[in-house]
Every structure is written in structure tokens, then in C-alpha cells.
Design a protein around this ligand. Structure first.
Ligand code: MG
Length: 396
């Protein structure tokens, strides 16, 4: 498979930009890490990465994330030449960590993963402005009347002149020297909610670039609903498709039982060209089926001896790539295993977590259940295991 869209080939462009996507928040107001919450069926962070990846001038993408996110996705990002680095305790610390990975870039575009609806055109405009004037922020005119209030938040002190007020968005873009100098000038600063205010305090001019009202920051459940509504109202995004997958493998002694990408303790395992993972095979066929992209045998033909014994995790990665290349992503999986043994209910949480991680889904979007075959036929005798999967796929 080719990852040249994100690959090192990009290093050759002359006017390079590095994107620093800040995704290190704990999501306290959302009750869980929000970077992976789906917007239009696609995790928020993936949306930002995809938008920056569209731009030829973006030669490097740095994701600043929590240790947990990097543990789960760092390897997959690395395969796409996306650098990941652990964030700090404040947004500014995270930006500093990201900028350290951006040496050599002409311009740095700092973006919040919490703004999943950013569009490539706006990113490109902000980068071009920063290249020209040193620093730029995407911003929109404030629509509400803004009141300055007393420290206790109870009394209006003053009504501000709305004509002079704009709401800052991201990305905020800087020539590398401008940003590095501003960050170096305020090494102890913790409170600043964006880094452009350090550029201002450092005497630099920051130019506004018109953003879009749809480029909202998703902080609360209401924001999430609004972001999904924005996508729903856009004619070219978010069509739902459904696919059905099925698989069956023989059960034989002397092989490890691999299901859903993890090993389940049992006296027999699944016989196959690969590790025989019926769950992943059925799920991948369902996902491919949803966009009429064939089935896994086309991408991994049983006649290809070089892939003998491969882990089915590679099949999932290929499937995710095939979907992504068509602007699609799995939004939900419902999986039913048919097996007489072993009993799987105790493994449901681990199976769901593994499959959710592999397909980059929140665990609530993956269902796994098992049924016995009531002692009937080959499956009932424990000689085979089958699996059905239903995939809901969101297509842009
Ligand atoms: Mg199979």
C-alpha cells in the first residue's frame, strides 16, 4: 500500500509547513477523551489529520497527544509518517513539545484537534498569510454582544464594542522564527490559552484570516451535536452505507486461538492461511462490502505464499486504508460469533476493546456477542467457528 500522500516525499517541497495538532486534553468537560469521539462517524482527531494531509505544503504532521493515545495509535501514525509526541500539563506546554519536532519547517500551523470541521482551504489561507506577514490566526467576527464582568461574574462592568471583536480559531500559523522567539520570551508562561498572544506580547503583528463559523471548538456534548449537525447539513459529507460480512474456519488442536486480534485461551485454534481470525475477517468483509470494495481475499489472495501466516491485524489495517482512500470510515460494528466452545462472554470486554482499537472506534460503537450452535453439525461438534458482522460505514 502507498502512503505517499503523507510520506517523506513531501519533504522535497520548498515552502515547507509543519502542522502541530494538539490533542493532549483529557476531555474533562466531555467526561472522556474527546479526540476520538466521532463527528460524522469519523474520530475528531482523524478529521483534522485528514484535512492537513490534503495540502502539499504540509510536509510534516506532529500530533501532540496523551500517553494513552500514543500507546494505542502511535504505531499506526508512524506508518503514515505522522510524528507523535506526549503533551504537557497545559496547552502551551503541549505546543512547545510539538514545536520541538518541527525543526527546519518554514511555517508552523498549530491546530486544536477539538476543531474537527477545519477545511483545507482555510488552513492553506492561514499558512500563506503567516509566510507573508509572520503570524496569522483564523478568526470570525463575534456575533454576540460581549460584556466585561466583575471578578465574581455577577455584574456587568462594561459592554465591549463588537465591531472590534473577533473570535480566534485554529489553525494559528507562524513563521518558525517568530513562534520560537515568542515561546522563548515567556518560558514560564502557563496560562495563555493560545500562543498567538505570546507573539503579540513579544511585539509581533498577528494578521487575521477569515475563518468559517462551522469551524467550532467541540468542548461540550452540545458542541458535539452542533458539529454533527453541521456535517449533516453539508451535501457532500456523511452518507451512511451498510455492509454484511461472514467467515468460517476449522478448529484444530495445536494452534493458538486468535479472535478479534487477541489470543483467547483454548485447546484448539482456527486453521487458516492467516491466523484464521474469524471476527476480523467477517468485520473487514462487512466494511469493504459497505462501499462495494470487494472482499479481503482480493487484497490478500490465499495463493500468495508471501503472506502465509500473517496476523489478521494487517488485514484490518489494509481495510481501513482502502476505506480511507475512498473517503470512508467504519462508524459501527455489530458482530455475532457462532461457536460451541470456548465460552466467550467473559472475553467480551477485551474483544470489544481490541476490535474498537483496530478500527479506531469508541468501544461503544463495537458490539460482540456469541451464540452456540446447539450441538448441531460441524460447529456444534466444535470442529469449526463462524462469524457474522454488520458494518455501518460513513462515506464523505
Ligand atoms: Mg477467513
Amino acid at each position: 500500500m502507498s502512503n505517499t500522500d503523507n510520506g517523506t516525499e513531501r519533504e522535497c517541497c520548498k515552502l515547507t509547513c509543519a502542522a502541530v495538532i494538539v490533542a493532549a486534553g483529557e476531555g474533562r468537560r466531555m467526561g472522556r477523551p474527546k479526540q476520538l469521539l466521532p463527528v460524522g462517524g469519523v474520530p475528531m482527531l482523524e478529521r483534522s489529520i485528514a484535512e492537513f494531509s490534503k495540502l502539499p505544503e504540509v510536509c510534516r504532521i506532529v500530533v501532540v497527544a496523551t500517553e494513552e493515545l500514543i500507546e494505542r495509535y502511535g504505531e499506526a501514525w508512524a506508518k503514515k509518517n505522522i510524528i507523535s509526541v506526549t503533551g504537557g500539563s497545559t496547552r502551551l506546554d503541549s505546543v512547545r513539545a510539538g514545536v520541538r519536532q518541527a525543526a527546519g519547517a518554514g511555517v508552523i500551523a498549530v491546530h486544536d484537534a477539538a476543531r474537527p470541521l477545519i477545511r483545507a482551504e482555510q488552513i492553506s489561507a492561514a499558512i500563506a498569510e503567516a509566510r507573508k506577514s509572520g503570524a496569522s490566526v483564523l478568526a470570525v467576527p463575534v456575533k454576540d454582544t460581549i460584556k466585561a464582568v466583575s471578578a465574581d461574574g455577577k455584574t456587568v462592568v462594561k459592554t465591549l464594542d463588537r465591531k472590534t471583536l473577533w473570535a480566534a480559531q485554529t489553525p494559528q500559523c507562524y513563521r518558525l522564527d517568530v513562534l520560537e522567539s515568542a515561546l522563548a520570551a515567556f518560558p514560564e508562561e502557563k496560562e495563555a490559552t493560545d500562543e498567538s498572544q505570546l507573539v503579540e506580547r513579544n511585539g509581533g503583528a498577528v494578521t487575521l484570516v477569515p475563518g468559517l463559523d462551522s469551524n467550532i471548538k467541540v468542548t461540550t456534548p452540545a458542541d458535539l451535536a452542533a458539529a454533527n449537525a453541521f456535517l449533516g447539513s453539508s451535501s457532500d459529507e456523511g452518507k451512511m452505507r451498510v455492509g454484511l460480512g461472514y467467515d468460517i474456519h476449522r478448529m484444530v488442536p495445536g494452534r493458538p486461538l486468535i479472535m478479534g486480534g487477541i489470543r483467547i485461551p483454548h485447546t484448539k485454534g482456527l486453521l487458516g492461511h492467516s491466523d484464521g481470525d474469524v471476527i476480523l475477517h467477517a468485520a473487514c468483509d462487512a466494511a469493504l462490502g459497505a462501499i462495494a470494495a470487494g472482499e479481503i481475499g482480493i487484497y490478500f489472495p490465499p495463493t500468495d505464499l508471501t503472506i502465509m501466516g500473517i496476523s489478521s491485524i494487517a488485514i484490518v489495517e489494509k481495510t481501513v486504508d482502502v476505506l480511507a482512500s475512498r473517503g470512508a470510515a467504519v462508524a459501527q460494528l455489530d458482530i455475532t460469533v457462532i461457536a460451541e466452545e470456548p465460552k466467550l462472554s467473559g472475553h467480551y470486554p477485551a474483544l470489544r476493546k481490541s476490535v474498537a482499537d483496530l478500527f479506531r472506534l469508541p468501544i461503544d460503537n463495537v458490539s460482540i456477542k456469541a451464540k452456540s450452535y446447539e450441538g448441531l453439525g460441524e460447529i456444534g461438534r466444535g470442529e469449526a467457528m463462524a462469524c457474522h458482522a454488520l458494518a455501518v460505514v460513513r462515506v464523505k
